[in-house]
Design a protein around this ligand. Structure first.
Ligand code: FE
Length: 286
């Protein structure tokens, strides 16, 4: 029997269903973290879940479009997506792989499916940059599934560590100011997962297979559970009575103004106008 890592687990603030929408050139997806939750879940700006075996739902992809002021993390569960950007980067994202892109002062990129049938499933998370880093040089890296750190906990959870740290295993990416934690957790019937999280960090889970129990409440598949911040709660504890998979995402809030216009996320309206002017003048991604 292993000692508990978390002595007083967080409770659920509320469950969120997300909104069915489409983006890019008509890709059908569920926006799990919508704009209304940006303040509450600072430093996270958006989470999209896409998953379909109907080619018409994803074939159009995301042709050339700009970003400025934040980072995008694309995690592919199944399928193949080709990325090309104005910084000269190109990569194929597939089955279990992850792409981390820091747009910084500006990137123009395309994200296009490289399959005409079969399942395409994955997630795109937007992580804000602190004001002091919004105009940094763009950065990009692709991680194949086998390059992503994985760990198996004593309590039987299989975890892919995309960012942050899990039971001593450092994730693929670390960020000093936002301290993002991004875990993909696989649970078997009867298994349990615990993760310490500082109380002031904003945190949520998204269940995408099976269902889990957290703080005495059931979180069904395709639901996000927003977790309360309480000073005496030192982490998260999740159990499953059936095979289940979920994302656990947490980070240190920036407490800075958030002004979003489509693919630009800055701190002031003036900076948004500047981003639009730069894009129109062809200066965004220079
Ligand atoms: Fe994009």
């Amino acid at each position: 029997m292993t000692a508990s890592i978390v002595t007083s687990p967080r409770r659920i603030e509320r469950l969120v269903s997300g909104q069915r929408t489409s983006d890019g050139a008509g890709v059908k997806l569920t926006r799990v973290l919508t704009q209304e939750l940006q303040q509450r879940l600072d430093p996270f700006l958006m989470l999209d879940a896409f998953g379909s075996d109907q080619a018409d739902d994803y074939l159009a992809g995301f042709p050339d479009h700009p970003h400025r002021g934040f980072e995008t993390v694309t995690y592919m569960i199944a399928g193949r997506m080709r990325h090309r950007d104005s910084a000269g980067n190109e990569g194929l994202l597939e089955n279990g792989g992850m792409q981390w892109m820091t747009a910084g002062r500006g990137v123009i990129h395309s994200e296009l499916p490289e399959q005409e049938e079969g399942l395409m499933e994955g997630f795109q998370l937007w992580l804000n940059l602190p004001a002091s880093r919004k105009m940094q040089a763009p950065w990009y890296r692709d991680f194949k599934a086998k390059e992503l750190p994985k760990t198996r906990t004593a309590s039987g959870a299989q975890v892919t560590v995309i960012a942050g740290q899990c039971s001593g295993t450092p994730g693929a990416v670390q960020r000093e100011q936002t301290q993002p934690l991004y875990l993909d957790i696989e649970l078997q019937p009867g298994s349990l997962f615990e993760q310490p999280i500082p109380p002031e960090h904003n945190a949520f889970i998204y269940v995408y297979r099976g269902q889990v129990e957290l703080g005495g409440q059931t979180v069904p598949t395709q639901k996000m559970a927003l977790l309360r911040n309480e000073p005496d709660r030192d982490g998260v504890c999740v159990r499953a009575d059936r095979p289940s998979r979920l994302l656990l995402i947490a980070g240190q809030p920036l407490h800075e103004p958030i002004v979003q216009y489509g693919p630009f996320v800055m701190n002031t309206r003036k900076e948004i106008y500047q981003a639009m002017a730069d894009y129109q003048a062809g200066r965004l991604a220079l």
